[in-house]
Write a protein that binds this ligand. Structure first.
Ligand code: PAF
Length: 281
């Protein structure tokens, strides 16, 4: 079933909740790929009904040209979702339907983790993500919401968001889905040429080397290694490489104690910005 209006979606959700159905929610910005579909499949396994939203959220883009170029494939997305299950509630509102008259972000205090990596390089990004998810969460009130670990920092921010907003929603993180060549699936991959898709595998390859060396090599040396590897490649430009504990997402200079670490890369292939990450221990 397809909805553009909050009211009609909410009527259907109330009907489902009245008969004790649990609700799963998968928020997306469309241009769906296998990674999104794996979230939808998990949500279908764990809930009686599943809402999938398709909405390119303007407030989370700091760059108007990035927003403009973001792929939009609504009819294809709907066909793909319908072929997966005819039970899905597909919600694709326009900006004013979701936000009201003013399409602006709320200012959140997510703590230090909002200032590293994506937060540092995409100003206001997490306020935009928090604002739109808060609107969706309050409209849908799902039992569980599903997020991919490709956006690991976003996942941790969303866990913080439901605490700050006191929303009784379980946030479920799901593993990264990769192409057979290792490239993390992303809606942005559609903007890469075939050659760029191959070149971009450097990101995943580098993360795998970092994981292999993590126990025996210092973080400083790993940083130098990654910088060098990207500097030697004319097709990709490294924006950041960080190793951080999963709890704080603050760049680590050395390993301490028994913390769980993850490595993160953002890089440009031409104009297309790609991110990926990997658990190290
Ligand atoms: O990960 C995304 O696609 C977006 O940030 C989200 C969670 C749908 C919010 O707009």
């Amino acid at each position: 079933m397809r909805f553009n209006q909050k009211d009609s979606l909410q009527k259907e959700i109330s009907r489902l909740k009245a008969s004790h159905h649990t609700i799963g929610f998968v928020p997306t910005m469309g241009a769906l790929h296998q990674g999104h579909l794996s979230l939808v499949q998990k949500a279908l396994q764990e809930n009686d009904a599943v809402v999938v939203s398709i909405f390119v959220n303007p407030t989370q883009f700091d760059n108007p040209s990035d927003l403009h170029k973001y792929p939009r494939t609504l009819e294809e997305d709907i066909a793909l979702l319908t072929s997966l299950s005819d039970q899905l509630l597909i919600f694709s509102p326009d900006a004013n339907e979701l936000y009201g008259k003013e399409v602006v972000s709320k200012k959140y205090r997510f703590g230090p983790m909002e200032r590293s990596m994506e937060g540092k390089f995409r100003s206001g990004h997490f306020d935009g993500v928090g604002t739109v998810l808060n609107l969706f969460f309050r409209a849908i009130m799902p039992d569980r919401a599903y997020f991919g670990e490709k956006d690991f920092q976003q996942l941790q921010i969303v866990r913080k968001l439901v605490q700050l907003e006191r929303l009784p929603i379980t946030i479920v993180g799901c593993p990264i889905t990769r192409e057979s060549n290792g490239l993390a699936m992303s809606s942005r991959n559609r903007r890469l040429s075939a050659a760029q898709q191959e070149e971009a595998t450097l990101i995943h390859k580098t993360l795998k080397v970092v994981r292999k060396k993590f126990d025996s090599v210092s973080i400083q040396k790993l940083r130098a290694y990654v910088k060098q590897r990207f500097a030697e490649n004319p097709h990709l430009t490294l924006e950041y490489f960080e190793i951080t504990p999963v709890e704080t997402l603050q760049p680590a200079l050395r390993k301490t104690g028994k913390k769980k670490y993850r490595a993160f890369i953002a890089a440009f292939a031409g104009e297309v910005r790609l991110i990926d990450n990997m658990a190290l221990n």
